[in-house]
Design a protein around this ligand. Structure first.
Ligand code: ATP
Ligand code: MG
Length: 147
């Protein structure tokens, strides 16, 4: 059974309204079409954490790109920001509980990505982080099986 991801995306975005409005990010969203309903059970929490980070670790008015796409029989969600980026040393550690990289004075508990990791692993999915190919910032992505 397929469902529309757009209302879920809007709901999560609404819950971030204050944080989002304060920093006035330009949030750009693209979806390939309806997504499998399995995604619904996990995407809210995963997406909320990735979006929270993208807003936190990038400057006001910068752009955040969100994509939902079909990739080799899996459903991929990516969140791209143009923020402070992540060193290669920190990349493999970020998904561990309480690991926080150079936070540049930004507060957090270091649990968000550990929760993402746990949820995705429980569903047999994959996750990762890469440098934004644009030159600064990061791309966080998760993939879930369609069935
Ligand atoms: P919280 O538990 O409130 O989410 P947090 O944001 O510090 O706290 P995580 O979401 O687990 O914790 O992220 C872990 C660390 O990864 C962050 O402290 C930050 O150093 C780094 N990080 C996460 N997302 C980004 C991002 N989009 N850009 C740069 N660094 C990031
Ligand atoms: Mg976080």
């Amino acid at each position: 059974e397929n469902m529309d991801i757009v209302p879920i995306f809007k709901m999560v975005l609404d819950s971030f309204k204050t944080q989002h409005e304060m920093k006035e990010h330009e949030i750009v969203f693209t979806a390939d079409g309806p997504c499998p309903s399995v995604v619904n059970t996990v995407i809210e929490e995963v997406f909320a954490n990735l979006l929270s980070n993208a807003i936190k670790y990038s400057p006001p008015k910068s752009r955040i790109e969100i994509t939902f796409s079909d990739e080799n029989n899996m459903w991929k969600t990516s969140v791209t920001d143009f923020g402070i980026g992540i060193s290669d040393k920190d990349k493999p550690l970020l998904f561990n509980r309480f690991h926080r990289a150079d936070k540049k004075g930004i507060k957090g508990t270091g649990l968000g990505l550990a929760i993402v990791k746990r949820i995705i692993e429980l569903h047999g999915g994959k996750y990762g982080v890469e440098d934004n190919p644009a030159g600064h910032g990061s791309v966080f992505w998760v993939m879930l099986k369609k069935a």
